[in-house]
Design a protein around this ligand. Structure first.
Ligand SMILES: [Zn+2]
Length: 60
């Protein structure tokens, strides 16, 4: 069992003061975080965005 990962939206460069935190397995966090970045922050989905999100994941 691997530990959970956390993506803290406050650490993500954003024009909104978003305080969302997403926690789960890396796959779960990536799925939700990409969706959130695209739909709530207007980012463009792609390898660049995914790389950025992956880089901000922290161990819980
Ligand atoms: Zn956010």
């Amino acid at each position: 069992m691997t530990g959970r990962k956390v993506a803290d939206c406050r650490a993500f460069p954003s024009e909104k003061n978003c305080s969302l935190t997403i926690a789960g397995t890396e796959d779960e966090v990536m799925k939700v975080a990409v969706w959130h970045a695209v739909h709530d922050h207007g980012h463009k989905d792609g390898p660049e965005l995914r790389g950025q999100i992956k880089g901000m994941l922290k161990d819980e």
